[in-house]
Design a protein around this ligand. Structure first.
Ligand code: DOR
Length: 431
């Protein structure tokens, strides 16, 4: 049995330690026991020592704050086993799973079942997010304390907005006593009834009902005021508008406890992608305008948006191979995120330290998980990429049960080659 795992002569990048150097990393019994130049020089390959070499870059393990795993209830789209395999394939050591399962994860028995199933599956860790309200219906608070005890790391009614100011206020107050964030899907439903895509010139031209950007901004603005009034931790899911960015920037400058995430698709695509009624581009919130994309990129680079989250939303062909208005919103993210966004590091949109922080230490901090780091004694949660790889996205290679992505065929740079979770190899390219 292999007892030592050695990453030899790899570029290690860890913003928390201001580390960017070529080093050896020696892993034993789940921990990094040595890291440094020549740290593995006296070791030689044997049945007990596995060496990994190559022009590789090594990061503290990536964590996704926003994953839909569909179990219980919609296992034909994804289940915990396929979702966690997809996560490992995409370089994620942990994912936080959204509660819009069937039934909704709004009580301890469901949270317990999800946690137990994830333990059985192994590999990438799962941290459930509990619902804010019973059935995510927006009225009565769910069993938040009980779900916290069962392992929930945050609460959210994702997919639906907590519309009532009173319910949101109580959710924030309650979550504050557990030091958990409330994650909001910011959408004023009164403004988005029947909406299929962003409201603008494109929606007018192709005749689809629009989702105005202000429907997001209104909720973020109100919630920032509630977060200020309650002193609770508030996190905005999948920010998509430049208006929301402006509100967040101002809130942060005043010291309010707000955080935010952005998805790869909102950083890369605009509403123009919907022309041709491509259901793979139907997503909630919808793809916006070039000025929004520019504001999101800038906000991610300067830290106004704390982290990148995938909003991995698997749907089967049944829900996507149909007319646009009948299609389910959402697209895959776990196996696409790193290769789609590593290009930002290469083209200078994001400094490599910010890219790593946004995928690793920032999300860990938001949901109070142990922050992955490349340090002696730290738990070995590590993402390894081949930064030189140039390849084409091929959904037939996905571990996810679903294939709904508009990025099929896109040429990308950078490939996840290994995901190490607590010292165990959860995914290795080519094996
Ligand atoms: O596009 C989306 N799909 N947005 C959400 O908020 C929910 C998600 C889903 O569950 O499919």
């Amino acid at each position: 049995m292999t007892s030592l795992l050695v990453l030899q002569q790899v570029r290690a990048v860890d913003p928390a330690r201001q580390l960017d150097a070529v080093v050896d990393i020696v892993i034993e019994r789940g921990r990094i026991i040595r890291i440094g130049r020549g740290a593995a020089s006296e070791l030689s390959p044997s049945e007990h020592v596995k060496f990994v070499r190559g022009p590789l870059t090594v990061f503290p393990g990536f964590i996704d704050l926003h994953t839909h795993l569909r179990e219980p209830g919609h296992e034909y789209k994804e289940d915990i086993a396929s979702g966690l395999k997809a996560a490992a394939h995409g370089g994620f050591v942990a994912v936080c799973s959204m509660p819009n399962t069937k039934p909704v994860n709004d009580r301890r028995s469901i949270t317990d079942a999800i946690v137990a199933r994830a333990k059985e599956v192994g590999g990438t860790r799962l941290h459930p997010i509990g619902a804010v309200t019973v059935g995510s219906e927006g009225h009565k608070l769910a069993d938040i304390g009980d779900m916290r005890l069962a392992g929930a790391v945050a609460i959210s009614d994702d997919g639906r907005c907590v519309t009532s100011s009173s319910v949101m206020r109580h959710a924030l107050e309650y979550a504050r006593t557990f030091d958990m964030p409330v994650i909001q899907h910011a959408e004023d439903h009164a403004l988005t009834e029947g909406a299929q895509m962003n409201e603008g010139a494109v929606s007018t031209r192709i005749g689809l009902r629009g989702w105005p950007r202000v429907a997001e901004d209104i909720i973020v603005a109100r919630d920032v005021l509630l977060a200020e009034a309650t002193g609770a931790r508030y996190h905005v899911a999948h920010v998509s508008t430049h208006g929301a960015v402006r509100i967040l920037r101002e809130a942060k400058s005043r010291g309010i406890r707000v955080t935010a995430e952005v998805t790869p698709h909102h950083l890369l695509l605009t509403d123009e992608s919907v022309i041709g009624y491509n259901t793979a581009c139907k997503v909630n919130p919808p793809l916006r305008l070039a000025e929004d994309v520019a504001a999101l990129r800038e906000a991610l680079a300067d830290g106004t948006i704390d982290c990148i989250a995938t909003d991995h939303a698997p749907h089967s062909g049944l829900e996507k191979d149909c007319e646009f208005s009948a299609a389910a919103p959402g697209m895959l993210g776990l196996e696409l995120c790193v290769p789609l966004l590593y290009g930002f590091v290469l083209d200078g949109t994001l400094r490599i330290e910010r890219f790593v922080d946004a995928l690793s230490q920032a999300p860990a901090g938001i949901v109070s998980l142990e922050r992955p780091t490349l340090a002696e004694g730290a738990r070995a949660d590590i993402t390894v990429i081949d930064p030189e790889a140039r390849w084409h996205i091929d959904p037939s290679k996905f571990r996810s049960k679903s294939k709904n992505t508009p990025f099929a065929g896109r040429e990308v740079r950078g490939r996840v080659t290994m995901t190490i979770v607590g010292g165990n190899v959860a995914f290795e390219f080519g094996s």
